[in-house]
Ligand binder design. Sequence first.
Ligand code: GLN
Length: 451
Amino acid sequence: MNILEKRELIKNQELTVENNVENFINNINRNNKSINAFLEINTEYALEKSKEISDKIKNKEKIGSLAGLVFGIKANINVEDFTISAASKTLENYIGSYDATVIKKIKQENGIIIGMTNLDEFAAGSSTESSYYGVTENPSAPGRIPGGSSGGSAAAIAGEMCDIAIGSDTGGSIRNLASHCGVIGFKPSYGGVSRQGLLDLSMSLDQIGPLANDSYGIAIALNNLIANDPYDCTSLKWNTPNFLDAKDTVDLKGKKIATIKQFHEVSDEKVNKVVDNSISKIENFGAETVELDFNYIDLTLPTYYLINYVEFFSATRKYGHKIEDVCGEEVLRRIGLGSYISQQEFSEKYYKKALQARSLIRNEINKLLNDVDLIVGPTVPKLPHKIGDKLDPMEMYAYDILTVIANLTGIPAGSIKAGESNGIPVGLQIQSKHQDDYKILETMFVLENNN
Ligand code: GLN
């Protein structure tokens, strides 16, 4: 049953809201101890809400478009009365005193928030190993990292612990974990979804987005989450399509889709094999494919990390000096380097160069996207490592080489399961022009409905 079918069953009282919530609570109770997807759940609140919505349905009152669907929220997004720790000791006692704009929307449409999901400390990572509350297990590849930073959100979906999970993506944090856990993750166009109420990692790159087990869940979430917000100065005024309409797309005839030579060159053979297979399927659905060059692949990681350090350093100043005393290694590294690079005398050497490189990358990607509808390729260049393997910072950053491009340029990007390599999921990344999010979803629906 897909999420659209489930929504109909709930509306028609063939599935009760209480039952939907209880099923997830049971799964969480059974598996969360070992998976560690959720840092906190509030079953009492979820059951109380489900009763409220159930009564509305029974009384034939108007219900919202997310009625009875269960949400897990990354613990760096403000939800009233939940712990917004960002998986850091710094904020272990911080209880959300208000709802972020995205949370208000979910609640208005009668979605039910069941709890807060695990992440890398302050979303700074690609494996969820830097969480103060311990790593999350990958339910689809036991013993391996789920990816990060929104690892808990992907594991909650892969482990059937909620219908839709919300993550944040600064350099891949919705997509690399979708790839490693075999689920769908979608980073909308920058400015599409309000960031109000999100704890910033790097505000010019951050974007909130959904994860789900099927494209229906993604479409339903995007319909709800993408909206102008006067409380976010970067929020777009965007006359969006109905993303659910994308489900009726049956083939890819007339679509021009690019693969990028350098994306393949930086990826492992095992990953390329699975992704190439998925690209052949795209061709079989009638798309015309071309291979193009992206000449700035070597600039992407340095550009991304320099900007990330500087913006993160600035964002952390509001927590006071205490943060350096209690935070983990990676957060400390970013604060230290961010502080150094931000000094006036170094700004020409690092930060300004990074901004210039960002323009080059943006212009090049926009140029490529002028000639094609979509760019497809691997989401992550390698398979997820085993929990416990020690990677140095550069090896860890290398996971992000294919995902940071969408954040540096603001374009939308999603990851859908392409297949498996020895039982380990591998994702296909689909990217389009800014505000062409619909085209990505169409392709996802075509791949999913013809699986
Ligand atoms: N792995 C990247 C980083 O460490 C991306 C994190 C994210 O998207 N939040 O910055």
